[in-house]
Design a protein around this ligand. Structure first.
Ligand SMILES: [Fe+2]
Length: 292
């Protein structure tokens, strides 16, 4: 594999200066608008640990957080930092940062036209969506363990399967606390529409988390999820990730077929059997060339 070089202006580890002073008033105003909208919506929906962590983002200046100041706070809480990168980075670079408790974040923010849909994660997704839970000890340790696991998965050619674990937990996971489902995945909590859809809509399946099942499950990157996986707690997720020997698991998974998004298997423990109505309608309205 030819390793792509960092873009011009980026360091060898692909980081760039956030250049906080270069943000325009309109960019800060966009953050404030998104922040106000989500903070109003999330109480009662999001896991309470996320709301505790939001205080980390309430730093002294309005608008987009200054990563240095944010990192100082996060460092005191759990030893993590936030570093800016120019966009998506190669897998090994991403895992290396996570394994060293550095969370990589885009520095750009969406435009008003992109309010509800973005192809690449922006600073609101990366910081509002991911950073609050990095102040929670077990979750912070889980992300580091994931980074370490990613570096090992590269050697096993198992990146796609491990990426599914990240997708179905860190990005789109649900958690059950005191008998109630809450959202915690960054892709959900940073999306106004999916914060509602993931919990309230009858369409998606909500399935109890099972590591092997999750790593077999494909996903869509361009629309709401067809299934959400529900964990019982961050401690359990961390323990399972640390205690599992992934090498034999990858070997076993290589012999098993993938499971399509929206498909159920007999072993599933279901919280909600979804109607899949939303996904079926979306598929029907897509031009044939874009069918998966
Ligand atoms: Fe993300």
């Amino acid at each position: 594999m030819i390793h792509p070089r960092p873009p011009e202006g980026a360091a060898a580890d692909w980081t760039i200066p956030q250049a906080w002073e270069c943000y325009t008033p309109a960019e800060h105003a966009m953050w404030d608008r998104l922040f106000a909208r989500q903070s109003k919506l999330l109480p009662g929906r999001v896991v309470p640990a996320f709301l505790d962590g939001l205080d980390i983002l309430r730093i002294s200046r309005p608008g987009i957080p200054d990563f240095n100041e944010l990192s100082d706070r996060l460092m005191k809480a759990t030893g993590w930092r936030v570093v800016a990168v120019p966009g998506l980075v190669p897998d090994d670079v991403f895992f290396e940062h996570l394994a060293n408790r550095r969370f990589v974040a885009g520095r750009f923010i969406r435009t008003p036209e992109q309010l509800d849909y973005l192809e690449e994660p922006d600073v609101f997704h990366d910081v509002f969506g991911h950073v609050p839970l990095l102040s929670h000890r077990a979750f912070a340790d889980y992300i580091q363990a994931y980074g370490e696991g990613g570096l090992r998965a590269l050697e096993h050619g198992a990146i796609d399967r491990l990426a599914r674990l990240y997708w179905h937990t860190v990005e789109f996971g649900l958690i059950r606390e005191q008998g109630e489902l809450h959202i915690y995945g960054a892709g959900v909590v940073s999306s106004h529409g999916e914060s509602i859809f993931a919990l309230d809509d009858p369409s998606p399946h909500r399935i109890a988390f099972d590591l092997k099942r999750v790593m077999r499950t494909r996903y869509r990157i361009d629309d709401y999820q067809q299934n959400y996986f529900v964990i019982d707690g961050f401690d359990e997720l961390l323990r399972e990730t640390i205690e599992t020997d992934f090498a034999p698991l990858y070997a076993e998974l290589a012999k098993l077929p993938d499971i399509e998004a929206g498909e159920l298997i007999p072993e599933d423990r279901l919280y909600t059997r979804g109607t899949q109505e939303y996904a079926l309608k979306a598929r029907a309205s897509r031009p044939p060339s874009s069918a998966p």
